[in-house]
Design a protein around this ligand. Structure first.
Ligand code: MEV
Length: 326
């Protein structure tokens, strides 16, 4: 696993950055309420190209500086260069799929605009990328943006086993982000094709967890993610897989599964050791730990069940500057 946490150097326009998506293995939603989360940076990327321009635009849209929530949030950040920029964003991460497309865009914008205003160390970049996403979404935790900035496997609010990479703050709240060893497994994700809004799902879970059984449910999320993170770090597939299935039951209980996600999970089951939704849910995607050797058949079944499947591995490195296309 690469540990490239080098700073983003100062740069001049044109600038380009490549930023990975993310896949949550344990703890989505519960992490917003202080429970642990385990996730990895996905080897599907967004690339942004930033050029000088008389007026700022995103993919040719001049209204975006005022209306696109992530672009606007980045441009209005106190640390961002005041240069007007033409930004082109190209992504292999399906949008609104729970696979970190908005975090990858936020980190790509934060990296390039920080480079333009003198460069930035990686822990400050993690905070800035979260601030961009948080400013656009209004709710959420820094897991997704931290994965885009750090690469590899991470835990947020996890137990004190791996080294702390950074602490991300949001007013009085803070989240500690730690490195977890990559067990080297291959994963399959599949997008249901049902778009979803992270903010709406997060708010609905907040309402659900405010009910009298909420604290007990949150304790179960905490336990599954803690045990699951230990199992992944120890390379114990059977335990990790069983806990993924258990995490899915909890996510169903808080109301963020969806009939299309359940259909994909049913299709996956004969070829899966463990499977669950990943990300905000209510649509979006599933993540499957395949039975070794069953990856191809699993992909076929998921596609036949209406999903858009990808065989994925963790991206070892987080966002970085790349040569702008000529
Ligand atoms: C979204 O990818 C993950 C959630 O836990 C929200 C967040 O942590 O920001 C649902």
């Amino acid at each position: 696993m690469s540990e490239d946490l080098s700073p983003i150097p100062p740069g001049t326009l044109p600038l380009s950055a490549r930023s990975p998506g993310k896949c949550i293995v344990f703890g989505e939603h519960a992490v917003v309420h202080g429970a642990p989360e385990l996730l990895f940076a996905l080897d599907l990327h967004t690339q942004v190209l930033v050029r000088g321009a008389a007026r700022s635009s995103l993919n040719g849209d001049y209204e975006a500086a005022a209306l696109h929530p992530y672009f606007r949030s980045a441009l209005e950040s106190p640390w961002a260069s005041r240069a007007t920029v033409d930004v082109r964003a190209v992504s292999r991460i399906p949008r609104g799929a729970g696979l970190g497309s908005s975090a990858a865009l936020s980190a790509g914008l934060a990296a390039t605009l920080s480079s333009l205003s003198g460069g930035v160390d990686r822990s400050t970049l993690a905070q800035r990328s979260f601030d961009v996403e948080r400013g656009a979404q209004g709710v959420g935790s820094p897991g997704d943006t931290s994965a885009a900035v750090a690469g590899g496997f991470l835990t947020v609010n996890g137990e004190a086993s791996g080294p702390v990479l950074w602490t991300v703050r949001d007013g009085p709240r803070s989240w500690e982000v730690r490195r977890v060893a990559d067990p080297g497994w291959v994963w399959v994700v599949a997008h249901s094709g049902i778009p979803r809004a992270t903010g709406d799902a997060v708010r609905a879970v907040g309402v659900r967890l405010a009910r009298p059984d909420g604290p007990a449910l949150l304790d179960q999320f905490r336990e599954v993610a803690t045990e699951g993170t230990r199992a992944v770090a120890a390379g114990d597939r059977a335990t990790a897989a069983a806990l993924m299935n258990r995490n899915q039951e909890l996510l169903r209980e808080v109301g963020v599964s969806h009939p299309r996600l359940e259909a994909l999970l049913d299709a996956a089951r004969p070829f899966a050791e463990g499977a669950k939704l990943t990300g905000a849910g209510a649509g979006g995607s599933v993540v499957v730990l395949p039975r070794p050797g069953a990856e191809t058949e699993l992909v076929r079944r998921l596609a036949r069940a209406g999903g858009l499947p990808f065989v994925v591995k963790p991206a070892p490195s987080g966002v970085g500057l790349v040569d702008p296309p000529a």
